[in-house]
Design a protein around this ligand. Structure first.
Ligand SMILES: [Zn+2]
Length: 102
């Protein structure tokens, strides 16, 4: 297993997972539930983490989540069509490819 992506914003980690799994890579999220209730004291150790099960997939997975790392996350937005939450970096819905509402 290799760590691909981590972020305090759980939505972004979920989005990263969906992006990576969309190209057929198996992933696991660690620390998914730890941050609840810990509040302001939580350090990076409690951030949700996206791991790939197969080390060989790590490079491909990192390419896939690059948009999430290079752009200021900003607020997430919700798809008009399917109501999924999307990271601000996405210009279209990860789930149904509908364009981000203006
Ligand atoms: Zn959608």
């Amino acid at each position: 297993m290799k760590l691909v992506y981590t972020n305090p914003n759980h939505v972004l980690v979920e989005n990263a997972k969906n992006l990576v799994e969309a190209i057929g890579i198996s992933t696991r999220i660690k620390n998914e539930y730890l941050s609840a209730g810990i509040g302001e004291l939580s350090g990076i150790d409690t951030w949700p983490e996206l791991w790939v099960l197969n080390d060989d997939d790590c490079d491909k997975a990192k390419q896939q989540v690059k948009p999430l790392m290079t752009v200021d996350p900003g607020p997430e937005w919700f798809c008009d069509e399917c109501e999924e939450s999307n990271a601000a970096a996405f210009h279209s819905c990860w789930s149904c490819q509908t364009d981000k509402p203006k």
